[in-house]
Write a protein that binds this ligand. Structure first.
Ligand code: 4AD
Ligand code: MG
Length: 432
């Protein structure tokens, strides 16, 4: 008898005896027949248990089995159009591997978010959470595929660092022997070194921000992919960002149809995401807010509600470029036609999902960069190595960071990004 997993089932297994190993998802009874909805992590399969067809022992388990008991089932596979996945298994035997002593805490009834988050280690077994995390896997894979097939080298940036990259207010400081170090906010500075060594590089790993804001879009630990490219200026950088996002969406649409269906996602909204994406300047974005009658002070950074209004004018992600330099980090190159502007770009997702990408062209002039570091009140010492990059063969270069959880939230249309990472870390939560 062959042991298979649900996502391996295909028509060649029809009428064959199969063994599957998993857990009880649900049980439904209609007298002389009962149905076992069975899950094995790769999918759901309906089992039908018929008196005199199943063993007597198996048939009598109906009142014994409870949600999430671990079991091994054996039976004959049949085609069944009305069933999830298109198959059904006529069960002959059921072996109990483990039965919980008390009732499984997460039932199909409605639970509060805090309760579910406290039970995250169990919650990830449920259908919707499972679908979200499978899509996350596909987004990660497509990001790697995109860069690997476009001549980029993966160069991992360190997690312990001495540098503040994205401002000093969101740093996690850690004891590092006699010195203090920070958990990385972004791997960018190391990618800048790497891009001069390898041409096109990327890193993809966790980043840490001591965000005191309890918004639905912020985690203290999140994953970011950061490409960096030598000899690339702002416009080409935007092309790369646009192509990456398009590739991710296409991959998920191709490979995760059933997960998107579980989530009830409107596919036409995603199918619409093809280049070119609209590109507007910061000042044009402000004009949109003002023309809509919103109260906004030109020169300020956009808040989440501002982003939603601007994005609502477009069906696709919108790229906002050329920002007031005062609201952007020290490393951004100033616009040669207006030194008050920094050559940064943010990509804002549609449907209120906010900023998914931040990046831009980097300052490559050592004198301007030194001034900028001190203007931002940063200590020069930890940036000595970074300034070396402008001493030895400095070139125009650009890159960006895409927040994995923000993109997954948008694709899945889930409001809270804490559901897009297996074990979220927020201001109020470090367990499970
Ligand atoms: O805009 P950010 O801060 O840009 C950087 O860190 C650059 N150094 C990246 C680069 O150019 N290499 O962050 C980039 C993206 C944001 O657009 C957002 O998607 C995500 O990272 N992000 C967060 N996601 C979840 N929780 C947080 N607290 C986040 N902070 C940023
Ligand atoms: Mg940003």
């Amino acid at each position: 008898m062959k042991t298979v997993m649900i996502n391996e089932l295909n028509d060649t297994f029809i009428h064959k005896s199969l063994r599957l190993r998993g857990w009880v998802y649900n049980i439904r009874s209609i007298g002389k027949i009962w149905f076992l909805i069975f899950r094995d992590g790769t999918g759901l399969l309906q089992g039908v248990v018929v008196k005199n067809e199943a063993s007597e022992k198996a048939f009598n388990l109906e009142s014994v089995l409870k949600q999430e008991d671990s079991i091994i089932i054996e039976g004959i596979l049949k085609k069944e159009k009305r069933s999830v996945g298109g198959y059904e298994i006529a069960i002959k035997e059921i072996k109990i591997v483990n039965q919980s002593l008390i009732e499984y805490p997460i039932s199909p009834k409605i639970h509060g978010t805090d309760f579910l988050m406290s039970n995250r280690h169990l919650w990830i077994r449920s259908k919707k959470q499972n679908a979200i995390l499978k899509i996350r896997h596909m987004v990660s894979k497509s990001i790697r595929d995109f860069f690997d097939s476009n001549g980029f080298t993966l160069i991992d940036s360190p997690i312990f660092t001495a540098n503040a990259v994205e401002g000093t207010t969101s740093l996690f400081e850690v004891d590092y022997f006699e010195k203090s170090a920070y958990l990385s906010q972004s791997g960018q500075l190391y990618q800048e070194a790497a891009s001069s060594a390898f041409g096109r590089t990327y890193c993809f790993g966790p980043c840490f921000r001591a965000e005191k804001s309890k918004t639905r879009k912020h985690l203290t630990e999140f994953w970011m992919v950061e490409p960096e490219m030598a000899y690339v200026e702002l416009d080409e950088n935007m092309n790369w960002a646009e192509n990456l996002v398009t590739y991710i969406i296409k991959s998920v649409l191709t490979s995760c149809k059933s997960e998107l269906t579980v989530l009830g996602r409107d596919l036409s909204k995603l199918e619409n995401i093809v280049p070119p994406f609209p590109r507007i300047t910061y000042h044009e974005a402000v004009d949109i807010l003002l023309s809509e009658g919103y109260n906004f002070e030109r020169g300020n950074d956009f808040g989440s509600p501002d982003e939603t209004i601007i994005a609502s004018k477009f069906e696709k992600p919108v790229m906002i470029h050329r920002w007031p330099k005062e609201i952007k980090p020290f490393y951004m190159k100033k616009d040669s036609t207006n030194p008050e502007l920094a050559l940064g770009v943010d990509m804002i997702a549609p449907e209120g999902f906010g900023e998914i990408i931040g990046g831009g062209q980097r300052e490559d002039d050592i004198n301007i960069l030194e001034k900028s570091i001190s203007h931002h009140d940063l200590p020069i010492e930890p940036f000595k190595w970074f300034l070396d990059l402008r001493k030895y063969g400095s070139v125009p270069h650009s890159g960006f960071g895409l927040g994995l959880e923000r993109v997954v939230a948008w694709i899945c249309n889930v409001k809270y990004i804490r559901e897009t990472i297996p074990f979220p870390r927020t201001m109020g939560r470090i367990e499970p």
